[in-house]
Design a protein around this ligand. Sequence first.
Ligand SMILES: [Cu+2]
Length: 310
Amino acid sequence: MADTQTRVNKARPRTADTGGLRVGVIVGGLVVALIAGFALGKAMDSSSASGGTPAGATPTFNEASPHTHAVTGMTGSEVGGLSINAAGYTLVPKQTAFKVGVQDFRFLVTGPDRKPVSTFAVVHDRPLHFVLARRDLSGYQHLHPTMAPDGTWSVQLNLAQPGIWRAIADFTAIGAAGAQTAITLGTDLTVAGSFQPTAVPAVARQVAVDGYTVAYEGTLQIGATAPLLFRVYADGKPVTVDPYLGSYGHLVFLRELDLAYVHTHPETQLQGGAVKFWAAVPSTGTYRMFFDFQVSGKVHTAAFTLDFGN
Ligand SMILES: [Cu+2]
């Protein structure tokens, strides 16, 4: 597994997404999902570390490629967010020590030339997606920092509890030749104070959030994509979710112990009122799965615990 993890963690360059590609992929979405799922299964099963895209696998089936997932309505099981550096890009926090409370966090992304990057591809309506969670998986936030012209990003973080928090920046860099590379970088932030770890909630298929009940169907598997259907209810009646940042929902998995990050997007159409993802988990272990959805202009996050043993 170590070889596979090392190999799949590499962000691979991919070609710029075009409108033509988008249309083509949507038309062939299910076929692509099936082919790519098969290719991923083969890649995950393989014990040889080739260091490149396996023959027959599509480079768009890369967990570091959230834009691609949105287009195809599927996901891989590759993880990101474990390193401050990938593919020549480095996350440079301006400050990592904080007190409890809401505070401004500033950071840069530097490129292969070591200079701050100030041009990013817009993916899901934003040039950069930012996820924050304490290392015990409590306090999850999905935020969208703003960038100054010099490339300095700033975002207000609600660091409500002492402890070590994980900050994950998910973006798509534009290389010199216009090639786009999806990258997810992470850093720890410390919040001073007496740390009281919180146990993750029990495994559940249905949770309550902000007056809604959110339930999912489907059985996740390790290393092979499977369909997951999310439904939202209010007072026992189904609620239709609105598109949010270019899709009907966003699904983030964080793995307990290392906070490995997987970000997936659903199919472009609701399926019988449900938000349908193709998702996989990368390994055994315990995960928190965060489903962002929007109803009546407000974004909510339903969080589920998943247990895949050891
Ligand atoms: Cu986002």
